[in-house]
Design a binder for this molecule. Structure first.
Ligand code: GAR
Length: 202
C-alpha cells in the first residue's frame, strides 16, 4: 500500500473519509500521518482514535513561513509518506513546497473548478444563480485551486438552498470522490505530466 499523509486545519471530515476508505483491505493506500497547522483541529483527535500519528505544527511556533514549511516538510519526510492529501488545509503553500511534492500532492475543493477558486464557494455559487455546483479533487500546483483535475462530482442546486444546506450535500460528494481520486493516484491510474496536465492510464 502507498503511504499517505493528510494535512488539515479543522474538522477533518474529508480526512475521516480517507481513513475510513483506507480501512478496506483492497484500498491501495494507507494513512500514516495527519498534520494540522491548528492544534485545536478536531481531526487530530479523530485520527489518533484510529491509531494514526497526528501532529500539530502551528504557524505561530515559527518566525517565518519558510521556517514553518521546513518543519512541515521534516514531519512529512519522517512519516515516509509518498502522497500528500490536503483536506481542508487552509494555508497557501509556497512554490518551493509545491514543487517538492509535484505530482504527489492533491487537494479537495468545494466547487466545480475552475469556477469559484478560493473561499465562500457555496455563497458565491448561490449568488451567481448556478443550478449545478459540486466539488473537485486536483493536483496541487503553485496557483491556488488551479492544478489539473483528477475527479469531480456535480451537485444540483435546489430551490430554497442556503449556503449551509448546499455545503452539506457538496460535502457528501467530497467524501465520495476524495477516496476515489486518492485510489486512482495510488494505483498509478492518473499522473501529472511535466506540463501540469492530468494523464489517465488505459
Ligand atoms: C471542505 O469542504 C474542503 O473542500 C474545503 O474545506 C472543507 C474542509 O472540511 N477546502 C477548501 O475550501 C480548500 N480551498 P473538512 O475539514 O471537514 O474536510
Amino acid at each position: 500500500k502507498v503511504s499517505v499523509a493528510v494535512m488539515i486545519s479543522g474538522r477533518g471530515s474529508n480526512m475521516g473519509a480517507l481513513i475510513a476508505a483506507a480501512l478496506d483491505a483492497g484500498f491501495p493506500a494507507k494513512i500514516v500521518s495527519v498534520i494540522s497547522d491548528k492544534p485545536e483541529a478536531k481531526g487530530l483527535e479523530h485520527a489518533r482514535e484510529f491509531g494514526i500519528e497526528a501532529l500539530a505544527i502551528p504557524r505561530s511556533d515559527y518566525p517565518s513561513k519558510a521556517d514553518h514549511e521546513a518543519a512541515v516538510i521534516a514531519a512529512l519526510d519522517a512519516s515516509g509518506a509518498r502522497i500528500i492529501a490536503l483536506a481542508g488545509y487552509m494555508r497557501l503553500l509556497s512554490g518551493d513546497f509545491v514543487k517538492r511534492y509535484a505530482g504527489r500532492m492533491i487537494n479537495i475543493h468545494p466547487s466545480l473548478l475552475p469556477a469559484f477558486p478560493g473561499l465562500a464557494t457555496h455563497e458565491r455559487a448561490l449568488a451567481a444563480g448556478c443550478r449545478v455546483h459540486g466539488c473537485t479533487v486536483h493536483f496541487v500546483t503553485e496557483g491556488m485551486d488551479e492544478g489539473p483535475i483528477i475527479e469531480q462530482e456535480a451537485v444540483r442546486v435546489e430551490r430554497g438552498d442556503t449556503p449551509d444546506t448546499l455545503a452539506a450535500r457538496v460535502l457528501e460528494a467530497e467524501h465520495r470522490i476524495y477516496p476515489m481520486a486518492l485510489a486512482m493516484l495510488a494505483r498509478g491510474e492518473v499522473r501529472m505530466s511535466g506540463d501540469n496536465r492530468a494523464q489517465f492510464a488505459g
